[in-house]
Design a protein around this ligand. Sequence first.
Ligand code: AGP
Length: 609
Amino acid sequence: MCGIIGYIGNKNVLPILIQGLKKLEYRGYDSVGIAILDKNNGIQIEKCRGRIKNLEELIKNTDIEGTIGLGHTRWATHGSPNDINAHPHFSKSGEIAIVHNGIIENYLAIKDILLSYGYQFISDTDTEVLPHLIQHNYQGDLTEAVKKSLKMAKGSYAIGVISSKEPNKIVAAKSGSPLVIGIGEKEMYLASDIPALLNYTKKVIFLGENEIATIDKNDVHIINLEGEEIKKKIIYIDWDAEMAEKGGYKHYMLKEIYQQPLVLRENLEKYINLGKVNLSYLQLAQKEVISLEKIHIIACGTASYAALVGKYIIESIAGIPVEVDYASEFRYKTKLLNKKTLAIVISQSGETADTIAAMHSCQGKVWTTLAIVNVRGSTISREADHVMYINAGPEIGVASTKAFIGQLISLYLLAIFLGKTKNKLSEQDEKEIIIEISRIPQKIETILYQNDKIESIANQFSKYQHFLYLARDVNFPIALEGALKLKEISYIHAEAYPAGEMKHGPIALLDDNFPVVAIALRDKVYDKMINNIKEVTTREAKVIVLATEGDEQIAKIGDKVFYIPEISIPILYPLLSVVPLQLFAYHIANILGRDVDKPRNLAKSVTVE
Ligand code: AGP
């Protein structure tokens, strides 16, 4: 899941590429590079292993300058992260340079053909076949050569191509990986996602599947792989650059955790009208909702844990059976789908390859597909039948936080809408739930005020190498999310289990070196959780308990207790219980000096399978 940036205009391209790469670095950060068409129309390439600061060091004493260029920050799939495998890659003649995000699956076959024509390869990447192939197909028109070459390529790609033979254009193309064109005054931009463009323009064109754009500083011309012209709408993005800044926080993740009350208020403002949920804009036909027999929710990572919370709340509030699948498993399993099933896909980025493919495999086999998405204009938001935006704004930290809260509130509102439409939820019940939900932003703020307390608990537990997260019922997915947050940013092993499952195996792990984080809130399974915590302390394991304010009993059995405000409708607790677990993971990672916003081996959106 690499990041691509490009510029063509009158300004010096170098600072624009560097700035853009810094905005894209959360997409992949194991190597980086730029290609600039300089004054003498030659292509200058500078690239290296590691972060953008390594590239800045590398080019510090060069006088590289031009007004057209491409940049790339890499998340390696083929060929280890090193100076050679870093992008851009160039053709045998050196006259064509390319940056690529995705995987050319049939690159070995193409390589054999090119080798038979005497082309030599210097990198281990799949990408390097493209510049050689474009050169091989070049007959005076770069766009034609790119089109002809892409017809041979299988797999996923977003590419930017420049040529010293045609030093007044950038050719870009997309299939499977995201690519956005930014419209400026006598200048154009190219980027893998919106935050990289916000400093320059809010007018964008989202390149569609199998589309090729020829971009010069005044115009964009788009065709498909058959050469047919495609007219595209310019979309205006209502995000501003500041939203993609850290805003004085040490990390984007911390800023985004603190933005969660705002995300909730934004959604309540948008979807609650006179104390009632109003999702009419979704245009989900009432007749079909009433005859709905099943819901299938499909997602990856953190979004899949939101889906699991969705299962508990939709089954409880709307009485509709819900099945949840990891998208990467769903796309290859035998699917029992019918026209009385609603397929819901959840994705922050809207670009996760497995989730896109899972959605496609449902379309035409179910009643309809509904996407719960954050990024406007993303592939999933453009290709789903219905879209519910979570209004979280740009999420830059690789570890998802505010998007998770946005996904949860969307699922609660959807459950209420479905419950009402199916007459499973009374007006009075809806009213009570809405009153309690509207108190949650302030309750999250109460938790955030106690951030220091969580930091001190994190301090006392940062030396442990293993954690077990336990919870029951609707909070079990929150235990999964808490464990994922700790794993992905602190690199500490953490597992989550339904607490009742612990004695069927995981309890064997426990000793005084294997602490437990237990969510034991005042709800229908509270007494059971108390028993489970006692089973844990009996094995000498230390327990950090997440408890409801005023619960003195639990203070007697937990080693550390963190209290969250009480909620009168317990099924809403996930909107609160996740926050201390996000902060706990954040502080442990910060104490261990991890790169919290860009954890090793991860990327913000997983655009390859
Ligand atoms: C979560 O912190 C991770 N970044 C990852 O698990 C993420 O949730 C997953 O890749 C799904 O991404 P999406 O929501 O953009 O589809």
